[in-house]
Unconditional design. Structure first.
Length: 115
């Protein structure tokens, strides 16, 4: 699914989920504008993502499981909001088959810290 035009009024989760099911990757970019990007993400059996260069919010659309961020674990369910700062390890574990989450990347790209 290509990003939706800037003047979008509504993105239905059912439409986004249908488009996502046809893609080889477990996410669909649905909207991009300035320093905000919105995706629908549904990992398939295992969450293989790695840290990102921008802060991100997850808003759980359906399902439940365990979220791991920098070694901390928390249970999550539909309707929950999760936050991950840029460059922090994170993943979803033991999630239900119906798990889908909105992902909102925001703010500027942040280069990795050098040592």
């Amino acid at each position: 699914m290509n990003p939706i035009p800037d003047d979008v009024l509504r993105i239905a989760q059912t439409d986004a989920a249908h488009a996502l099911s046809a893609l080889p990757q477990p996410f669909a970019v649905l909207f991009q504008r300035a320093d905000v990007s919105v995706e629908l993400f549904a990992p398939r059996e295992i969450d293989t993502q790695s840290p990102h260069t921008r802060d991100e919010l997850y808003i759980v659309a359906s399902g439940s499981g365990v979220f791991v961020r920098a070694g901390q674990r928390t249970a999550f369910q539909s309707g929950d909001l999760l936050f991950v700062p840029a460059h922090v390890e994170h993943r979803f574990e033991r999630f239900t088959a119906d798990f889908r989450t909105w992902v909102i990347f925001f703010g500027p790209e942040q280069p990795a810290a050098t040592t």
